[in-house]
Design a protein around this ligand. Structure first.
Ligand code: ADP
Ligand code: MG
Length: 426
Protein backbone atom coordinates (compact mmCIF):
# COMPACT_ATOMS: atom_id res chain seq x y z
CA UNK A 1 0.00 0.00 0.00
CA UNK A 2 1.21 3.48 -0.83
CA UNK A 3 1.35 5.57 2.35
CA UNK A 4 2.27 8.77 0.56
CA UNK A 5 -1.13 10.45 0.30
CA UNK A 6 -2.26 13.97 -0.44
CA UNK A 7 -3.27 15.95 2.61
CA UNK A 8 -5.46 18.99 3.25
CA UNK A 9 -2.36 21.08 2.57
CA UNK A 10 -2.19 19.79 -1.03
CA UNK A 11 -5.63 21.05 -2.07
CA UNK A 12 -7.28 24.43 -2.28
CA UNK A 13 -10.42 24.43 -0.14
CA UNK A 14 -11.12 28.17 -0.08
CA UNK A 15 -14.79 28.84 -0.78
CA UNK A 16 -15.43 25.12 -1.21
CA UNK A 17 -17.55 22.68 0.75
CA UNK A 18 -15.56 19.94 2.44
CA UNK A 19 -17.12 16.66 3.47
CA UNK A 20 -15.00 15.73 6.51
CA UNK A 21 -15.15 12.18 7.89
CA UNK A 22 -14.23 12.28 11.56
CA UNK A 23 -14.07 9.62 14.24
CA UNK A 24 -16.60 10.99 16.73
CA UNK A 25 -17.46 7.54 18.02
CA UNK A 26 -17.10 8.70 21.63
CA UNK A 27 -18.01 6.75 24.75
CA UNK A 28 -21.33 7.86 26.25
CA UNK A 29 -22.66 7.43 29.80
CA UNK A 30 -24.62 4.19 30.05
CA UNK A 31 -27.62 5.89 31.71
CA UNK A 32 -28.82 7.51 28.47
CA UNK A 33 -28.18 11.01 29.84
CA UNK A 34 -26.25 11.96 26.69
CA UNK A 35 -23.08 12.71 28.66
CA UNK A 36 -19.83 12.10 26.76
CA UNK A 37 -17.48 10.33 29.16
CA UNK A 38 -14.31 10.96 27.13
CA UNK A 39 -14.09 13.68 24.46
CA UNK A 40 -10.52 12.82 23.38
CA UNK A 41 -11.61 11.91 19.85
CA UNK A 42 -13.46 15.20 19.40
CA UNK A 43 -10.41 17.12 20.61
CA UNK A 44 -8.19 15.12 18.27
CA UNK A 45 -10.22 16.31 15.27
CA UNK A 46 -9.87 20.02 16.10
CA UNK A 47 -6.59 20.79 14.26
CA UNK A 48 -7.95 19.61 10.89
CA UNK A 49 -11.33 21.30 11.43
CA UNK A 50 -9.74 24.57 12.52
CA UNK A 51 -7.35 24.50 9.55
CA UNK A 52 -10.20 23.95 7.08
CA UNK A 53 -12.29 26.74 8.61
CA UNK A 54 -9.30 29.11 8.64
CA UNK A 55 -8.73 28.33 4.96
CA UNK A 56 -12.28 29.46 4.19
CA UNK A 57 -13.91 26.08 3.67
CA UNK A 58 -17.49 25.27 4.66
CA UNK A 59 -17.14 22.04 6.66
CA UNK A 60 -19.74 19.27 6.53
CA UNK A 61 -18.52 16.90 9.23
CA UNK A 62 -19.79 13.36 9.65
CA UNK A 63 -19.09 10.28 11.75
CA UNK A 64 -20.65 7.07 12.91
CA UNK A 65 -21.45 6.44 16.56
CA UNK A 66 -21.92 3.00 18.05
CA UNK A 67 -23.75 0.24 16.26
CA UNK A 68 -27.30 1.35 15.57
CA UNK A 69 -29.58 -1.06 13.72
CA UNK A 70 -31.33 0.99 11.02
CA UNK A 71 -34.01 -1.63 10.33
CA UNK A 72 -36.71 -2.26 12.97
CA UNK A 73 -37.23 -5.86 11.80
CA UNK A 74 -33.52 -6.69 12.04
CA UNK A 75 -33.27 -4.97 15.41
CA UNK A 76 -36.18 -7.00 16.78
CA UNK A 77 -34.67 -10.21 15.42
CA UNK A 78 -31.28 -9.51 17.02
CA UNK A 79 -32.86 -8.63 20.37
CA UNK A 80 -34.97 -11.80 20.30
CA UNK A 81 -31.82 -13.83 19.59
CA UNK A 82 -30.29 -12.27 22.69
CA UNK A 83 -33.21 -13.74 24.62
CA UNK A 84 -35.37 -10.62 24.96
CA UNK A 85 -39.13 -11.20 25.27
CA UNK A 86 -40.57 -10.62 21.76
CA UNK A 87 -43.63 -8.89 23.22
CA UNK A 88 -41.40 -6.18 24.65
CA UNK A 89 -39.76 -5.36 21.30
CA UNK A 90 -41.77 -2.32 20.28
CA UNK A 91 -41.05 0.34 17.67
CA UNK A 92 -40.74 2.85 20.52
CA UNK A 93 -37.93 0.83 22.11
CA UNK A 94 -36.11 0.59 18.80
CA UNK A 95 -36.44 4.34 18.28
CA UNK A 96 -35.05 4.87 21.78
CA UNK A 97 -32.03 2.73 20.88
CA UNK A 98 -31.39 4.97 17.89
CA UNK A 99 -31.95 8.16 19.89
CA UNK A 100 -29.19 7.11 22.27
CA UNK A 101 -26.80 7.19 19.30
CA UNK A 102 -27.79 10.59 17.91
CA UNK A 103 -25.05 13.14 17.32
CA UNK A 104 -26.57 15.98 19.45
CA UNK A 105 -24.08 15.61 22.32
CA UNK A 106 -21.17 15.58 19.85
CA UNK A 107 -22.41 18.72 18.06
CA UNK A 108 -22.75 20.46 21.41
CA UNK A 109 -19.30 19.46 22.67
CA UNK A 110 -17.66 20.25 19.34
CA UNK A 111 -19.28 23.68 19.40
CA UNK A 112 -17.95 24.32 22.92
CA UNK A 113 -14.43 23.27 21.94
CA UNK A 114 -14.43 25.35 18.75
CA UNK A 115 -16.14 28.30 20.37
CA UNK A 116 -18.63 28.55 17.52
CA UNK A 117 -22.00 27.16 16.48
CA UNK A 118 -22.14 23.70 14.97
CA UNK A 119 -25.28 23.25 12.90
CA UNK A 120 -26.71 19.75 13.35
CA UNK A 121 -28.65 18.05 10.56
CA UNK A 122 -31.47 15.73 11.61
CA UNK A 123 -30.56 13.22 8.89
CA UNK A 124 -27.52 12.03 6.94
CA UNK A 125 -28.41 12.76 3.32
CA UNK A 126 -32.11 13.64 3.68
CA UNK A 127 -33.88 16.96 3.08
CA UNK A 128 -32.59 18.58 6.28
CA UNK A 129 -28.94 17.71 5.56
CA UNK A 130 -29.36 18.88 1.97
CA UNK A 131 -30.91 22.21 2.93
CA UNK A 132 -28.38 22.91 5.68
CA UNK A 133 -25.42 21.93 3.49
CA UNK A 134 -26.68 24.16 0.67
CA UNK A 135 -26.97 27.12 3.06
CA UNK A 136 -23.57 26.55 4.72
CA UNK A 137 -21.11 29.42 4.23
CA UNK A 138 -17.33 29.63 4.20
CA UNK A 139 -15.95 29.36 7.74
CA UNK A 140 -19.07 27.58 9.02
CA UNK A 141 -19.37 23.99 10.20
CA UNK A 142 -22.25 21.54 10.33
CA UNK A 143 -22.54 17.93 11.47
CA UNK A 144 -24.58 15.20 9.82
CA UNK A 145 -26.54 12.63 11.82
CA UNK A 146 -24.95 9.26 12.67
CA UNK A 147 -23.86 7.83 9.31
CA UNK A 148 -24.88 4.34 10.43
CA UNK A 149 -28.54 5.44 10.58
CA UNK A 150 -28.35 4.83 6.83
CA UNK A 151 -28.55 1.18 5.84
CA UNK A 152 -26.12 1.76 2.99
CA UNK A 153 -23.27 2.99 5.21
CA UNK A 154 -21.77 -0.35 6.28
CA UNK A 155 -22.58 -1.88 2.89
CA UNK A 156 -20.62 0.86 1.12
CA UNK A 157 -23.65 1.56 -1.04
CA UNK A 158 -22.59 3.75 -4.00
CA UNK A 159 -25.92 5.58 -3.99
CA UNK A 160 -25.42 6.67 -0.39
CA UNK A 161 -21.79 7.57 -1.06
CA UNK A 162 -22.86 9.71 -4.02
CA UNK A 163 -25.59 11.41 -1.97
CA UNK A 164 -23.02 12.27 0.71
CA UNK A 165 -20.60 13.58 -1.89
CA UNK A 166 -23.39 15.65 -3.47
CA UNK A 167 -23.77 17.55 -0.18
CA UNK A 168 -20.38 19.12 -0.92
CA UNK A 169 -21.42 20.12 -4.43
CA UNK A 170 -19.64 19.83 -7.75
CA UNK A 171 -16.38 21.44 -6.60
CA UNK A 172 -16.45 19.79 -3.17
CA UNK A 173 -13.55 18.00 -1.47
CA UNK A 174 -13.52 14.90 0.73
CA UNK A 175 -11.19 14.93 3.72
CA UNK A 176 -10.80 11.81 5.82
CA UNK A 177 -9.49 12.14 9.35
CA UNK A 178 -11.16 9.11 10.91
CA UNK A 179 -8.16 6.83 11.32
CA UNK A 180 -10.16 4.63 13.72
CA UNK A 181 -12.44 3.71 10.81
CA UNK A 182 -10.07 3.42 7.82
CA UNK A 183 -9.94 -0.38 8.02
CA UNK A 184 -13.63 -0.45 7.05
CA UNK A 185 -14.80 0.03 3.48
CA UNK A 186 -17.97 1.97 4.29
CA UNK A 187 -19.79 4.63 2.27
CA UNK A 188 -18.46 7.51 4.41
CA UNK A 189 -14.93 6.11 4.88
CA UNK A 190 -14.15 4.94 1.34
CA UNK A 191 -17.12 5.03 -1.04
CA UNK A 192 -17.37 8.83 -1.23
CA UNK A 193 -13.82 9.04 -2.60
CA UNK A 194 -15.18 7.82 -5.94
CA UNK A 195 -17.09 11.10 -6.30
CA UNK A 196 -14.86 13.78 -4.77
CA UNK A 197 -11.12 14.49 -4.73
CA UNK A 198 -10.04 12.74 -1.52
CA UNK A 199 -7.22 13.74 0.84
CA UNK A 200 -6.20 13.03 4.43
CA UNK A 201 -6.53 15.26 7.46
CA UNK A 202 -3.71 15.76 9.96
CA UNK A 203 -4.60 12.76 12.14
CA UNK A 204 -4.41 10.23 9.32
CA UNK A 205 -1.33 11.92 7.94
CA UNK A 206 0.42 11.43 11.29
CA UNK A 207 -0.55 7.76 11.43
CA UNK A 208 0.74 7.23 7.89
CA UNK A 209 3.97 9.08 8.62
CA UNK A 210 4.77 7.14 11.78
CA UNK A 211 3.30 3.66 11.37
CA UNK A 212 3.68 3.69 7.59
CA UNK A 213 7.20 5.06 7.94
CA UNK A 214 8.18 2.43 10.52
CA UNK A 215 6.89 -0.38 8.31
CA UNK A 216 8.21 0.86 4.99
CA UNK A 217 11.49 2.47 5.92
CA UNK A 218 12.30 2.02 9.61
CA UNK A 219 15.23 3.52 11.42
CA UNK A 220 17.06 0.32 12.42
CA UNK A 221 17.31 -1.75 14.40
CA UNK A 222 13.54 -2.19 14.42
CA UNK A 223 12.32 -3.92 17.58
CA UNK A 224 8.73 -5.16 17.74
CA UNK A 225 7.26 -5.91 21.15
CA UNK A 226 4.19 -8.10 20.88
CA UNK A 227 1.96 -9.11 23.74
CA UNK A 228 -1.68 -9.04 24.69
CA UNK A 229 -4.09 -11.82 25.26
CA UNK A 230 -4.11 -14.17 22.32
CA UNK A 231 -1.75 -15.53 19.68
CA UNK A 232 -4.71 -16.00 17.36
CA UNK A 233 -5.52 -12.27 17.28
CA UNK A 234 -1.87 -11.35 16.58
CA UNK A 235 -0.94 -13.82 13.84
CA UNK A 236 -1.20 -11.24 11.09
CA UNK A 237 0.96 -8.81 13.05
CA UNK A 238 3.60 -11.44 13.89
CA UNK A 239 3.73 -12.66 10.28
CA UNK A 240 4.14 -9.20 8.86
CA UNK A 241 6.68 -8.00 11.42
CA UNK A 242 8.78 -11.14 10.97
CA UNK A 243 9.41 -9.84 7.46
CA UNK A 244 10.43 -6.38 8.64
CA UNK A 245 11.79 -6.35 12.18
CA UNK A 246 15.30 -7.08 13.43
CA UNK A 247 14.09 -8.25 16.83
CA UNK A 248 10.71 -9.57 17.95
CA UNK A 249 9.85 -9.72 21.63
CA UNK A 250 6.97 -11.87 22.83
CA UNK A 251 5.17 -11.25 26.13
CA UNK A 252 1.69 -11.22 27.62
CA UNK A 253 -0.90 -13.95 27.55
CA UNK A 254 0.22 -15.30 24.20
CA UNK A 255 3.69 -16.15 25.49
CA UNK A 256 2.25 -19.19 27.31
CA UNK A 257 1.18 -20.78 24.05
CA UNK A 258 4.80 -20.33 22.90
CA UNK A 259 6.05 -21.83 26.20
CA UNK A 260 3.76 -24.84 25.85
CA UNK A 261 4.80 -25.28 22.21
CA UNK A 262 8.39 -25.53 23.40
CA UNK A 263 7.52 -28.31 25.80
CA UNK A 264 6.92 -26.27 28.96
CA UNK A 265 4.08 -26.57 31.43
CA UNK A 266 1.79 -23.56 31.76
CA UNK A 267 -0.73 -24.54 34.47
CA UNK A 268 -3.96 -22.58 34.06
CA UNK A 269 -2.41 -19.81 31.97
CA UNK A 270 -4.06 -18.55 28.80
CA UNK A 271 -3.41 -21.25 26.21
CA UNK A 272 -4.52 -21.67 22.63
CA UNK A 273 -3.85 -25.32 21.88
CA UNK A 274 -4.73 -24.92 18.20
CA UNK A 275 -1.77 -22.60 17.71
CA UNK A 276 1.09 -24.65 19.16
CA UNK A 277 2.43 -25.68 15.74
CA UNK A 278 2.17 -22.12 14.54
CA UNK A 279 4.33 -20.93 17.44
CA UNK A 280 7.06 -23.44 16.58
CA UNK A 281 6.87 -22.45 12.92
CA UNK A 282 7.33 -18.81 13.87
CA UNK A 283 10.33 -19.65 16.04
CA UNK A 284 11.85 -21.57 13.14
CA UNK A 285 11.02 -18.86 10.62
CA UNK A 286 12.65 -16.22 12.80
CA UNK A 287 15.77 -18.37 12.88
CA UNK A 288 15.83 -18.72 9.08
CA UNK A 289 15.37 -15.01 8.57
CA UNK A 290 17.95 -14.02 11.14
CA UNK A 291 15.32 -12.21 13.19
CA UNK A 292 16.13 -12.27 16.89
CA UNK A 293 13.09 -13.71 18.70
CA UNK A 294 13.01 -13.14 22.45
CA UNK A 295 10.72 -15.21 24.67
CA UNK A 296 10.24 -14.76 28.42
CA UNK A 297 12.75 -16.47 30.70
CA UNK A 298 10.65 -16.14 33.83
CA UNK A 299 7.07 -15.30 34.67
CA UNK A 300 4.92 -14.02 37.52
CA UNK A 301 2.24 -16.55 38.39
CA UNK A 302 -0.93 -16.13 40.41
CA UNK A 303 -3.17 -18.59 42.24
CA UNK A 304 -6.27 -16.95 40.73
CA UNK A 305 -7.23 -14.33 38.15
CA UNK A 306 -7.74 -11.50 40.61
CA UNK A 307 -6.04 -8.24 41.66
CA UNK A 308 -5.31 -9.65 45.12
CA UNK A 309 -4.10 -13.08 44.02
CA UNK A 310 -1.10 -14.68 45.69
CA UNK A 311 1.85 -14.49 43.35
CA UNK A 312 5.39 -15.77 42.85
CA UNK A 313 8.08 -15.86 40.18
CA UNK A 314 8.95 -19.10 38.38
CA UNK A 315 11.10 -19.93 35.34
CA UNK A 316 9.26 -19.77 32.05
CA UNK A 317 7.44 -22.99 31.16
CA UNK A 318 7.48 -24.31 34.72
CA UNK A 319 4.07 -23.28 35.98
CA UNK A 320 2.43 -25.72 38.41
CA UNK A 321 -1.21 -26.76 38.16
CA UNK A 322 -3.61 -24.34 39.82
CA UNK A 323 -1.41 -21.34 38.91
CA UNK A 324 -1.49 -19.01 35.93
CA UNK A 325 0.98 -16.56 34.41
CA UNK A 326 -0.20 -12.97 34.59
CA UNK A 327 2.98 -10.99 33.96
CA UNK A 328 6.54 -11.32 32.71
CA UNK A 329 9.13 -11.92 35.44
CA UNK A 330 12.00 -9.67 36.60
CA UNK A 331 14.72 -11.38 34.52
CA UNK A 332 12.54 -11.06 31.43
CA UNK A 333 11.99 -7.39 32.21
CA UNK A 334 15.78 -6.88 32.25
CA UNK A 335 16.18 -8.77 28.98
CA UNK A 336 13.39 -6.88 27.19
CA UNK A 337 14.33 -3.44 28.49
CA UNK A 338 17.91 -4.08 27.40
CA UNK A 339 16.74 -4.98 23.91
CA UNK A 340 15.03 -1.63 23.32
CA UNK A 341 17.95 0.46 24.56
CA UNK A 342 19.82 0.63 21.27
CA UNK A 343 16.79 0.35 19.00
CA UNK A 344 16.22 2.83 16.18
CA UNK A 345 12.50 2.15 16.14
CA UNK A 346 10.24 0.29 18.56
CA UNK A 347 6.75 -0.82 17.62
CA UNK A 348 4.76 -2.03 20.60
CA UNK A 349 1.47 -3.85 20.47
CA UNK A 350 0.01 -5.80 23.36
CA UNK A 351 0.60 -5.45 27.12
CA UNK A 352 3.13 -7.73 28.84
CA UNK A 353 0.63 -8.84 31.47
CA UNK A 354 -2.73 -8.15 33.02
CA UNK A 355 -1.92 -4.47 33.52
CA UNK A 356 -5.47 -3.78 34.66
CA UNK A 357 -4.40 -5.35 38.02
CA UNK A 358 -1.74 -3.15 39.63
CA UNK A 359 0.12 -6.18 40.97
CA UNK A 360 0.53 -7.58 37.45
CA UNK A 361 1.23 -4.29 35.67
CA UNK A 362 4.92 -4.34 36.65
CA UNK A 363 6.23 -5.81 33.37
CA UNK A 364 4.12 -3.55 31.18
CA UNK A 365 5.16 -0.54 33.24
CA UNK A 366 8.86 -1.41 33.03
CA UNK A 367 8.67 -1.77 29.24
CA UNK A 368 6.78 1.54 28.97
CA UNK A 369 9.47 3.18 31.09
CA UNK A 370 12.25 1.69 28.96
CA UNK A 371 10.53 3.05 25.85
CA UNK A 372 10.20 6.46 27.46
CA UNK A 373 13.97 6.49 28.03
CA UNK A 374 15.30 5.33 24.66
CA UNK A 375 16.21 7.64 21.81
CA UNK A 376 14.32 5.33 19.46
CA UNK A 377 11.18 6.29 17.60
CA UNK A 378 8.48 4.68 19.75
CA UNK A 379 5.14 3.72 18.27
CA UNK A 380 2.23 2.25 20.19
CA UNK A 381 -0.57 0.47 18.35
CA UNK A 382 -3.64 -1.36 19.62
CA UNK A 383 -6.48 -0.17 21.81
CA UNK A 384 -5.45 -1.81 25.07
CA UNK A 385 -1.77 -0.99 24.60
CA UNK A 386 -2.60 2.69 24.09
CA UNK A 387 -4.82 2.57 27.18
CA UNK A 388 -2.05 0.89 29.19
CA UNK A 389 0.56 3.50 28.25
CA UNK A 390 -1.87 6.27 29.09
CA UNK A 391 -2.99 4.71 32.36
CA UNK A 392 0.61 4.13 33.47
CA UNK A 393 1.52 7.75 32.72
CA UNK A 394 3.96 7.38 29.82
CA UNK A 395 1.82 8.73 26.98
CA UNK A 396 3.68 12.03 26.65
CA UNK A 397 7.01 10.25 26.30
CA UNK A 398 6.08 8.19 23.24
CA UNK A 399 6.72 9.35 19.68
CA UNK A 400 3.32 8.21 18.47
CA UNK A 401 0.31 6.53 20.04
CA UNK A 402 -2.11 5.40 17.39
CA UNK A 403 -5.66 6.73 17.62
CA UNK A 404 -7.12 3.62 15.98
CA UNK A 405 -7.25 0.27 17.79
CA UNK A 406 -8.45 -2.14 15.10
CA UNK A 407 -7.15 0.08 12.31
CA UNK A 408 -3.63 0.18 13.75
CA UNK A 409 -3.59 -3.62 14.07
CA UNK A 410 -4.59 -4.08 10.43
CA UNK A 411 -1.99 -1.49 9.50
CA UNK A 412 0.72 -3.46 11.34
CA UNK A 413 -0.53 -6.61 9.63
CA UNK A 414 0.42 -4.95 6.36
CA UNK A 415 -3.18 -5.04 5.13
CA UNK A 416 -4.52 -2.50 2.72
CA UNK A 417 -6.71 -0.01 4.56
CA UNK A 418 -9.67 0.93 2.31
CA UNK A 419 -10.04 4.37 3.90
CA UNK A 420 -6.40 5.12 3.08
CA UNK A 421 -6.13 3.39 -0.29
CA UNK A 422 -9.00 5.56 -1.61
CA UNK A 423 -7.10 8.82 -0.99
CA UNK A 424 -5.18 10.55 -3.79
CA UNK A 425 -1.52 9.63 -4.08
CA UNK A 426 0.97 12.45 -3.66
P1 ADP B 1 -4.29 -4.50 22.05
O1 ADP B 1 -5.73 -4.04 22.22
O2 ADP B 1 -3.32 -3.44 22.43
O3 ADP B 1 -4.05 -5.07 20.69
P2 ADP B 1 -4.84 -7.08 23.23
O4 ADP B 1 -6.30 -6.82 23.07
O5 ADP B 1 -4.22 -8.08 22.37
O6 ADP B 1 -4.02 -5.69 23.11
O7 ADP B 1 -4.51 -7.55 24.72
C1 ADP B 1 -4.84 -6.80 25.87
C2 ADP B 1 -5.32 -7.69 26.99
O8 ADP B 1 -4.42 -8.78 27.19
C3 ADP B 1 -5.38 -6.94 28.29
O9 ADP B 1 -6.73 -6.84 28.69
C4 ADP B 1 -4.57 -7.80 29.25
O10 ADP B 1 -5.17 -7.94 30.52
C5 ADP B 1 -4.53 -9.13 28.53
N1 ADP B 1 -3.39 -9.94 28.99
C6 ADP B 1 -2.09 -9.64 28.92
N2 ADP B 1 -1.34 -10.61 29.49
C7 ADP B 1 -2.19 -11.53 29.93
C8 ADP B 1 -2.04 -12.78 30.62
N3 ADP B 1 -0.84 -13.22 30.98
N4 ADP B 1 -3.14 -13.47 30.95
C9 ADP B 1 -4.36 -13.00 30.59
N5 ADP B 1 -4.57 -11.86 29.93
C10 ADP B 1 -3.51 -11.11 29.61
MG1 MG C 1 -7.51 -5.15 22.50
Amino acid sequence: MNYNKKTVKDVDVKGKKVLLRCDFNVPMAKDGSGVITDDKRIRAALPTIQYLLDQGAAVIACSHMGKPEPSFEKWAKKQAEKGKDPASLTKEKWEKSLEALCMEPVAKRLGELLGRDVVLASDVVGPDAQAKAAALQSGEIMLLQNTRFEKGETKNDPELAKAMADLAGSDGVYVSDAFGAVHRAHASTAGVAAYLPAVSGFLIQKELDFIGGALANPKRPLVAILGGAKVSSKIGVINNLLEIADTIIIGGGMSYTFAKAQGGTVGDSLLESDWLDYCNEMIAKAGEKGVKLLLPVDTVIADKFAPDADSKVVPNGQIPDGWQGLDIGPETVKLYCGAVKDAGTVIWNGPMGVFEFEKFAVGTKAVAEALSETDAITIIGGGDSAAAVQQLGYAEKMTHISTGGGASLEFMEGKELPGVACLLDK
